[in-house]
Write a protein that binds this ligand. Structure first.
Ligand SMILES: Cc1cc2nc3c(=O)[nH]c(=O)nc-3n(C[C@H](O)[C@H](O)[C@H](O)COP(=O)(O)O)c2cc1C
Length: 327
């Protein structure tokens, strides 16, 4: 089980227990003590086996776009049990959700010591790529290999997107980011390229308040921007209208762009299209003309609360290869 640890004493206790058992990697007392001290102030995950710490990992920010895997240790008896992989997955999700673009990690380069060769192999197996070797960063006997991993692949963004319904920080969303998000929306595919989806981006505080005022029960009251999604029932061919598919593709593109830029959102459609027709009230506030329907509101802003992924059915229950019912 992986747990995010917040208590500083617990962090120090766990990191000491693990690092002191890993003398092959952490033999220098002074640097080991420094790792333990610093770990108390860093985002910290511990892996437990039968309630006993089996390993831990902590991150530190090394630049606005980058987190470093500051230190990681897994007790030797748990090597090759997937503990390190699970710790890393939790830390990677965290760094992505916080909007970082890269994770880096430093180690002694391959070809020097057998134990570190295994460490290099482990990092490469996680997907880290060699960035550069600094021969004298530590000392000649320990050339420093820097590995880096991008957190911005489409697949990474998809895997860390979750509906966010918490409070937002008051930081405004810059226009350039709202434009990038809206562009992601209008660049989505549409049936016969009819482009039936339009958007109203609301970042003017007075207009935002007017929109929020007609949403009852309220939602995303603290969001600094809304993207309101409009659709038009234009047939793609004969009597086929793909407007729902079109705006769904646009919304998903925007949700992914929102997360990639370090913001959070939620697809609010059910809430505003129910019998009380909040959508029509929003349309009226925004001066939306006849022929366009408001179908969804996407709040945009930085998360101020923590949040967790909802549980999803297991892969095998929803995905079949070749034939329904086959494993
Ligand atoms: C068509 C549609 C309508 C939705 N409407 C609402 C809504 O009105 N209120 C809400 O809180 N979430 C709404 N959601 C978000 C879903 O509840 C959410 O996607 C689902 O619980 C799965 O969680 P995830 O987005 O974190 O994977 C809607 C999602 C879709 C696709």
């Amino acid at each position: 089980m992986i747990r995010f640890i917040e208590d500083k004493d617990e962090k120090r206790k766990i990191s000491r227990k693990i690092l002191e058992a890993l003398k092959e990697w952490f033999e220098v007392d002074e640097s080991r003590e420094q790792f333990i001290r610093e770990s108390a102030d860093q985002p910290f995950w511990a892996a437990f086996e039968n309630d006993v710490p089996a390993g831990f990992l902590c991150l530190k920010e090394t630049g606005k776009a980058t987190m470093e895997l500051a230190v990681m240790g897994v007790r030797k008896e748990f090597h090759r049990h997937g503990v390190g992989r699970r710790l890393f997955a939790a830390a990677k999700d965290y760094a992505s959700l916080k909007g970082y673009s890269f994770i880096q990690v430093k180690t002694v380069r391959s070809g020097m010591y057998e134990d570190y060769d295994k460490t290099n192999e482990f990092y490469r197996s996680l997907g880290f790529k060699e960035l550069e070797v600094f021969e004298e960063y530590w000392d000649e006997a320990n050339p420093c290999q820097v590995y880096v991993m991008s957190l911005k692949s489409a697949i990474d963004t998809i895997s860390v997107r979750h509906s966010y319904r918490g409070r937002f920080s008051s930081d405004p969303v810059p226009r350039k980011d709202l434009i990038a998000i809206a562009n992601a929306g209008i660049n989505a595919p549409s049936g016969c390229n009819k482009q039936t989806t339009d958007l109203v981006v609301v970042d003017d505080p007075a207009t935002l308040d007017a929109v929020k005022a007609v949403i009852d029960p309220p939602l995303a009251q603290t969001a600094p921007a809304f993207i309101v999604v409009l659709t038009r029932r234009i047939n793609a061919y004969r009597d086929k209208c793909f407007a729902i598919q079109d705006y769904s593709a646009a919304i998903e593109n925007m949700l992914l762009a929102i997360v990639e830029l370090g913001y959070q959102s939620c697809w609010y459609e059910g809430h505003i299209t129910d019998d009380d027709r909040i959508c029509d009230k929003i349309a009226s506030v925004l001066g939306v003309p006849e022929g366009y329907d408001v179908v969804c509101v996407l709040p945009v802003g930085k998360a101020a609360d923590d949040f967790h992924a909802p549980s999803k059915k297991p892969f095998g229950e929803r995905v079949k290869f070749n034939r329904f019912g086959e494993d």
